[in-house]
Design a protein around this ligand. Sequence first.
Ligand code: SF4
Ligand code: SF4
Length: 216
Amino acid sequence: MTSLLNELRSDIRFVEGLNACMSCGVCTAICPAAAYFDYDPRKICLEVQSADENTLKDILSSEEIWMCGQCLSCKTRCPRGNTPGYVIQVLRRLSQESGLFVNSRLGRQQLQIKRTIGHSILETGYCVHPRLVKPELHPEQGPVWQWAVDNGEKLFPHLGSNYYKPGNGGVRQMDSETLAELRRIFEETGAIRLFEKIEKAMETAGSEVVSASDFK
Ligand code: SF4
Ligand code: SF4
């Protein structure tokens, strides 16, 4: 069986993203996520370089890998030309593939992201479509959002959209050919398979990890 370390090393984003990190900490100094969270890209690069399978499992189970905002500021400043943000991309993918994401609260949010943004793309062609932004999952939208969802057909055309109608314009209804093409892209790139893995891992982990607080 392929080890997680081998999986990591075979990913082009890891090959391109981390080469002889000298642990100088410039990436952490420039990282906006490090300013707000208990997050340190320098430390992650150091741990990954230890080439220890158990250390890697701990990283894949951690909250940290989900804190990066993928701004890639680290790419512009690293004196060794490394891109910790790419390393994070691989770690996230490995965490999803291995099912270790269920061990962290932020990792478990993968399920809801998959069921919202992922499904929205497949069903509507949009990452975020007003019809699929459920009020119960987005309290930050305020109480008016339920009204906006219930009255979308009247409201959104006032904002210049072609709300779920054929033709051109924002949040229009995608034709079946476009949606079929999107699904084929998801199938060919392995996204559908990954979606199924995320569902399965969460199901196996049990109901205690699927609570409303996980999705806040
Ligand atoms: S800036 Fe580059 S060399 Fe320095 S710690 Fe970050 S990844 Fe390593
Ligand atoms: S890509 Fe991630 S690690 Fe790099 S600077 Fe942005 S938030 Fe920090």
